[in-house]
Design a binder for this molecule. Structure first.
Ligand code: HEM
Length: 286
């Protein structure tokens, strides 16, 4: 099982689950820590017994708040910093692509972590950044690195997903019920091999997409839904090699000008990608 550092929900930033049922998936160490603290809480409850009937509940809530509180606070602050970057650089699309490419190496058929890939911060290392599918993502890392330096209590893996979810929300998309606690790989040798992400121009697009996304445990409906992320952003000939150098929608930015977007309002998260009427442009044919 892939290790998980803790369980924090983005929306409320609650550091640990209160309900024992939600402990499924925790590591042994976490479980032990939880039990030790629960025991302390019970002792504290006994000390204050004689007070209100809530005495058995209050210390337990206190324990929950203590665990990894600083990290939860860091996640909250980092989210605000990401919002600032979005306001000034309009980098929503590339942050979504960063989160997707870190996670899209996942192989459900491999038991061992980190060999199975997935959102593990591996995309910060050069062998993976240099994979053909990741062309241009070094620009996303440059934006994110100062935030990582400022908040050492957040893993790259979590930060990439936080950046992606924040970008979607700030582009007008839904508020995503995220969980945090992803663990980073520690060395470039642990990066997944090249070839786990989808190709843009395969000979048999439907077969290729099924092969890649089924490996992640996703079905046809989920492939279509996920591809809708291209409602944001552009293709750039100088990065992926796809798209035009510029169009009337991209020649003046916002942000760095150029590239070819799939949709007219390429900084707005909506359903317009599914209404694009061009069978000739990449992905639409899939
Ligand atoms: C279905 C298979 C997919 C293929 C073949 C594909 C391929 C591509 C390519 C070639 C680009 C252009 C990159 C550039 O030139 O800078 C791109 C951009 C993008 N992709 Fe995908 N992608 C796929 C799925 C996804 C998924 C599942 C997501 C997210 C959930 C996603 C999110 C994005 C975003 C947001 C951009 C815009 C990046 C920017 O403007 O900087 N893609 N994709």
């Amino acid at each position: 099982r892939r290790p998980r550092a803790s369980h924090r929900s983005v929306g409320r930033f609650s550091p640990l689950p209160v309900c024992p049922a939600s402990l499924i998936g925790t590591t042994v160490a976490e479980l032990l820590a939880y039990l030790v603290l629960l025991n302390c809480a019970r002792k504290a409850a006994r000390r204050v017994r004689g007070g209100a009937g809530a005495a058995g509940v209050v210390p337990r809530l206190r324990v929950v708040r203590c665990m990894a509180a600083s990290e939860a606070a860091q996640l909250k602050s980092a989210r605000e910093d990401i919002k600032e970057i979005l306001k000034t650089t309009y980098c929503h699309p590339i942050l979504v692509r960063l989160g997707w490419h870190d996670s899209g190496t996942y192989d459900k058929n491999i038991e061992e972590w980190p060999q199975r890939g997935g959102a593990d911060g591996s995309l910060r290392f050069d062998p993976e950044l240099s994979h053909g599918a990741n062309a241009g993502l070094t620009n996303a890392l440059k934006l994110i690195q100062p935030i990582k330096d400022k908040y050492p209590g957040i893993t790259y893996a979590d930060l990439f997903q936080l950046a992606s979810a924040t970008a979607i929300e700030e582009a007008g998309g839904p508020k995503l019920p995220m969980k945090y606690g992803r663990v980073d790989i520690t060395a470039p040798e642990q990066c997944p091999p090249e070839g786990r992400l989808p190709d843009a121009g395969p000979r048999l697009p439907a077969e290729h997409l099924r092969e890649v996304f089924y490996r992640m445990g996703l079905d046809d409906k989920e492939i279509v839904a996920l591809s809708g992320a291209h409602t944001l952003g552009r293709s750039r000939p100088d990065r992926s090699g796809w798209g035009k150098p510029e169009t009337k929608y991209t020649k003046d930015g916002p942000g760095e000008p150029g590239g070819q977007s799939w949709t007219a309002e390429w900084l707005k998260f909506d359903n317009s990608y599914f209404k694009v009427d061009s069978l000739s442009f990449m992905l639409c044919r899939t």
